[in-house]
Design a binder for this molecule. Structure first.
Ligand code: ADP
Ligand code: MG
Length: 701
């Protein structure tokens, strides 16, 4: 029986053998159409050539774990659950047999395995061999259930062992990987693709879409195992290019839309610019001058500015932001600076006051934690236009906040704000200009992906006279040396930060304060005569403010904190920072933390204590170049983690990978501009709408 060909936009429910429960599982995972199903590639390919019989296993030649990774196929003959004597951990043991021999598999602390696995299950097992008390064994191997006891009859039809590569799909609820494979096979057999959406310059040398899908779901025997695994085959490039091109086209469209809007023209003059510069106690760096010029050009262009100001920690972004705000304020408009925490808001307000001198009365702070009367007065000043510089936290998003003439919004540490919050502020003042500052440098490909339609100014130069920060890494058993160094600095009258891993707000349990409390006890023991202030994200804003103020004023010499101090805190007398459990932080985050010292005339020290991941952390010892650190961080942790858990708004690519495919993304961006200049056909526009919905692009800038 031959079935009708299906366009990729068909719902998955057209496939046979998809009951309501399975259809719901696909839906849940966002796999609605054949397109979605087929772009969801296997998470792994088993190379049958690497499959070993159990009698052939031994430890010889397996000096490194990489080499020791083997794949075996067998049946569970025996299964036991017990508890270890010493540590009271759940222990699951299975005996795997394959007709040539047997192998013991063990898992710790995964009691549910006792329910997942059954005697008689045929398992495909991946893991490293180890020598146990009873001979060879595998500890904590990964596995895939290939067949269940009564099910053996299907083995030949489903397994595809005639091929060299066996694709494995993630289980989705009741939908096993095996069933998914069958659905994919049917979809591939019936899918019908007529259009090619890639411009010639991108599609050249790549297989067409359907061929690419076949190559990746049913890899021919001569495929390269490594390229398949890494996602670097031409077939991967075809699918990734389609995603990245759709994304780029969407961004280019947005940009074209923005450039058509009439922007508020800020009436500046050379005299005003001169006067603003005279506020400053020091000459601007070349990079600051250039960035400020780019911003002024935008503000006077009659178009709406959307600009990212990038720069390493301490490169002087705040100063550029202040000048831009002043430009607006001095010509009769209002500017708002949006920051992620109240600590930071207060601090920016204080440094603005310093710079503004007599003009400081035109500055208004707006915080969530304000008393009612105080807040009412603040809102009135903002609404009347009396407040020309407004510095605030998310309180600025509240509906009650009305501006008199909002012309410029500067967002500090942008990625902590959700897109929805940004939108709500946009609604408050017609169509203000946007300047976004990133806390640490962001690699270009990632900036494109996250911020989409943004122009960039880069501060690639530090103000003169900065001393490099001496950076050292200590194993926990030599932490004494870090405390010794800190003791010396304190004796010289300097101050110190100590950072413990942060309290995870999603983990509302009892254990989460442990790290910081243990550290407080330790510090009290080591420095019995010093006053220690402790701050963390659980404190009420005014409590936090008071504690910080005591440290800033020098009343306390030691500030023990979670990463709440990561952003912005400016205490020039602080010359040491000790970070405990440094392995729990991202490189960019550590670099940002390091930027809290080295702000004064004295030589500063950044000391990390860590018992693991020392190779990664070594990057910080080797370089102080935030752009290099950011790139390395991105490569090691991937884009999601790069920004931390709060980051929303990354496009949801199924195949494309922002690290691996970064040069592809840049090419797609250029191609998108060219294609857009020619105009989109109706069919292209329709395709783009579908793709954008799939990537959830509406949520991006
Ligand atoms: P960022 O926000 O980029 O981390 P800041 O704007 O906080 O950096 O500036 C870091 C420090 O450098 C501040 O103390 C600031 O006063 C100082 N600074 C900024 N620009 C200059 C400059 N051109 N010359 C000297 N010092 C500067
Ligand atoms: Mg800053």
């Amino acid at each position: 029986m031959s079935l009708a060909p299906l366009p990729l936009s068909s719902k998955v429910t057209v496939l046979r053998g998809l009951g309501p429960a399975r259809a719901a599982a696909l839906q849940e995972a966002g796999l609605d159409t054949l397109r979605d199903l087929l772009w969801d590639l296997p998470y792994r390919y088993v190379d049958r050539g690497s499959l070993r019989t159990l009698d052939s296993l031994d430890l010889r030649g397996f000096e490194s774990p990489e080499v020791g990774l083997v794949t075996v196929l067998g049946t569970i003959q025996d299964l036991r659950q017990s508890t270890t004597h010493v540590q009271r951990m759940a222990l699951t043991e299975a005996l795997l047999v394959d007709g040539t021999g047997s192998l013991r598999l063990i898992w710790f602390n995964q009691p549910y395995l006792g329910r997942t696995l059954k005697v008689g299950d045929r398992l495909l097992v991946f893991g490293t061999l180890a020598m146990g008390r009873h001979g060879l064994e595998m500890r904590g191997p990964q596995f895939e259930i290939m067949d269940r006891g009564g099910d053996i009859g299907h083995r030949d039809s489903g397994l595809g062992w005639v091929r060299r590569y066996l694709p494995l799909y993630r289980r989705l609820g009741p939908l096993t990987g095996r069933v998914r494979q069958k659905l994919v096979t049917e979809a591939l057999g019936r899918a019908h693709i007529t259009e090619d959406w890639l411009p010639l310059e991108l599609g050249r040398d790549l297989p067409d879409t359907l061929t690419a899908l076949r190559l990746l779901h049913e890899p021919p025997d001569d495929s390269e195992a490594l390229a398949l695994e890494e996602g670097s085959t031409p077939a991967h490039r075809r699918l990734a290019s389609e995603e990245l091109f759709a994304f780029s086209l969407g961004v280019a469209l947005r940009r074209a839309g923005r450039l058509k809007r009439r922007g508020l023209v800020v009436e500046t003059s050379p005299e005003l610019r001169e006067r603003l510069r005279s506020f400053l106690p020091f000459p601007m760096t070349g990079a600051q001058r250039r960035s400020f010029k780019e911003i002024v050009e935008d503000l006077t262009s009659g178009r709406v500015m959307n600009r990212l100001l990038q720069g390493d920690v301490g490169s002087g972004k705040t100063l550029v932001a202040l000048l831009s705000l002043a430009m607006v304020a001095e010509t009769g408009g209002q500017g708002a600076l949006l920051v992620p925490t109240e600590v930071l808001a207060r601090q920016h307000a204080a440094s603005f006051r310093r710079y503004l001198g007599d003009q400081a009365t035109s500055m208004q702070l707006l915080l969530g934690g304000m008393k009612a009367a105080e807040k009412r007065a603040a809102l009135a000043r903002i609404a009347s236009g009396e407040a020309r510089y407004v510095v605030g936290t998310h309180a600025l998003f509240q509906e009650a906040v009305a501006f008199h003439k909002l012309q410029l919004v500067v967002v500090d540490e942008q990625h902590r704000f959700g897109v929805k919050q940004r939108e709500s502020l946009k609604e408050k003042g017609g169509d203000p200009h946007w300047l976004v500052m990133s806390a640490t440098p962001i690699p270009r490909s990632l900036a494109l992906a996250v911020f989409g339609d943004l122009d960039q100014s880069v501060l690639d130069e530090l103000p003169p006279g900065r001393q490099p920060i001496s950076t050292k890494l200590f194993k926990p058993d030599s932490a004494e040396r870090a405390w010794e160094l800190m003791r010396r600095e304190l004796a010289e009258g300097r101050q110190a930060f100590v950072v413990s891993p942060s309290i995870d707000p999603s983990d509302e349990g009892k254990v989460q304060l442990r790290d910081i409390q243990a550290m407080e006890a330790l510090l009290q023991a080591i420095f019995p005569d010093e006053r220690i202030e402790v701050v963390h994200g659980r404190l009420k804003a005014d409590d936090m403010g008071t504690r910080m103020a005591r440290f800033v004023a020098g009343e306390a010499k030691i500030l023990l904190a979670t990463t709440v101090i990561e952003v912005g805190v400016d205490v020039p007398n602080a010359t040491v920072m000790v970070v405990d459990h440094a392995e729990r932080f991202g490189l960019s985050q550590l670099h940002q933390l390091r930027g809290r010292v080295g702000r004064g005339a004295h030589r500063s020290h950044f000391l990390m204590i860590s018992g693991s991941e020392n190779e990664r952390l070594q990057t910080l010892v080797e370089t102080q170049d935030g752009f290099r650190i950011a790139q390395r961080d991105l490569e090691l942790r991937g884009p999601g983690e790069f920004f931390g858990v709060k980051q929303a708004g990354l496009p949801r690519f199924q195949v494309a990978d922002l690290v691996r495919d970064r040069s592809l993304l840049l090419r797609c961006r250029e191609a998108a501009d060219r294609v857009l200049a020619l105009g989109l056909s109706e069919a292209q526009a329709e395709w783009l709408r579908r793709e954008q919905a799939r990537l959830k692009l509406a949520e991006i800038s």
